[in-house]
Design a protein around this ligand. Sequence first.
Ligand code: SRM
Ligand code: SF4
Length: 560
Amino acid sequence: MDIQLNPNEIIKAESNFLRGTLKQSIQDELTGALSAEDAQISKFHGFYEQDDRDSRLLRQSRLLEPDFSFMLRARLPGGVCSARQWLAIDSISKRLGNGSIRLTTRQTFQYHGIIKRHLKPLIQQINQSMIDSIGGCGDVNRNVMCNPNPQQSELHAEVYQWARRISEQLLPQTRAYHEIWLDGEKLEQPEQEELYGSNYLPRKFKTAVAIPPYNDVDIYTNDLGFVAIAEHGKLVGFNVLAGGGMGTTHGDRSTFPRLADELGFIAVENVLKVAEAVVTLQRDEGNRVSRRHARLKYTIERLGAERFKQLLEQRAQLQFKPPHAVTFKHQGDRYGWVQGSDMRWNLTLFIENGRIEDNQNSTLMSGLRAIAGIHQGDFRITPNQNLIIAGIAEEHKPAIQALVAQFGLCDDSISPLRRNSLACVAFPTCPQAMAEAERYFPQLLDQIEQLLAKHQLSQLDPVIRMTGCPNGCARPFVAEIGLVGKGPGRYNLLLGGDGRGQRLNKLYRENLNEAGILTTLDALFTQFAQHALPDERLADFAIRSGLIRAVVNPVVDFHE
Ligand code: SRM
Ligand code: SF4
């Protein structure tokens, strides 16, 4: 039987190790866009072609080309950057982006609205600050997440170094990025990609490192996860997880979110070997025909977790030990000041949906710039799109605190609900958005807060997440309440996550408009207020009282 490879496979194979015709596409002044092939290859360099969806129809009716611009996503393992780097990130956004910085759900930042001729100077300038965008997107390993844990400073430092090493180890080897953007020398000999090969992976690949009891990285939603195991504060090894992922397609029962399987425990020194073995196994076994079924989660479902583990052990030439018992407490961030084991202070700031900009209501961007101007520690982006000003010496705390107050960066009145909320970007930049998310969620939360107050439940803090489509960029399928865009102003409402990221949720009501969402939640809160057990979480209550069934095996349970 003649099996047709996905067209993306041909584009990758013929790209001469990710060069394509990007150089020519960038110089073409007749259009704000890239050639169709280069628009695929550009992702491996960290940027996406987009157009302003707000003006799309109007421009079409006037026979104008769409308003093209680019989104660039940096590679920032563990979300850590220095204050100096923050100043550069800020300044570049104003000069070469749209003036805002977007913190992402994978602990890095994005620039939106970059016009074509600004791409090269922008990439050069972030690289001058020792930040790159290689593998920010594309069919390779993406930004490696790491729990930003400000309390256990020494353990964090050690685990964070592993996150960095994994990120480096899984970088593509091609010199294309340096050649095209940094004017690096052209290689004479043909190139090799020992890890990825010339077709790279069948699909994107995501890795995270968690430090229990915090599951802010949502470790079970990653293709590959390492759970740090510490004894007496010292790292002894990792539990290895594989096969998590969120992306689904409405109405397609062959797609589903999945939590990663626990494969076993490995000693610290085996981390890179195992990471490479998982990547190459997925390279060789992953589906290169249907991109919809090409993530590692489908490879594992096809092979079976036990067989996958055996193949992995053969490839890595080791045997997994039984996993250590771990307990995760929560997926969210812990706000405010905490002192680390190194006696330095850390301040976690709530950044609504990760959007950093100055506007008529906020001087957030200026405030962070002022802090970066005097701060001697680092900045840590959290997997919940928030920001930690980390490593503040006791004597510098008052000055930072004064700036926080001056720019109004810490608002104690923010509700527990909102503090546990996440929304993806969606309109106007995301080409996949079916409904609003970041621009709409804050107003919807205002109304949900009023409902909670009506039921005297203002202290309730369910993990609540909204996305503009079922791709799942804000990890809505592990939320206690998930709202997933179905069409303009319409959302599916899902219930059932456990607040710790260890249980998937499931469709409760379909295709709701705002009134429908509020009526549904009102009824749920009424029941919860009357019948919940002390300290019971909202979704646990929904399952116990039979409102929704828990998802055990997503292949059969998720769509039922
Ligand atoms: Fe995502 C595609 C934004 C985290 C699953 N994601 C996109 C694109 C690039 C749209 C596109 O295909 O052109 C979005 C760009 C919007 C814009 O205008 O900026 C986009 N994803 C984001 C970010 C910025 C959301 C945010 O609000 O923070 C996150 C950037 C993370 C990063 O720094 O690397 C982001 N995306 C995620 C996550 C969460 C995670 O990784 O922890 C997921 C679910 C986990 C997973 O991968 O399974 C996620 N994004 C997707 C998918 C579905 C993949 C799938 O397996 O089906 C797509 C679509 C695709 O790949 O075809 C997608
Ligand atoms: Fe775009 Fe969908 Fe991701 Fe939201 S979830 S950013 S709408 S791809």
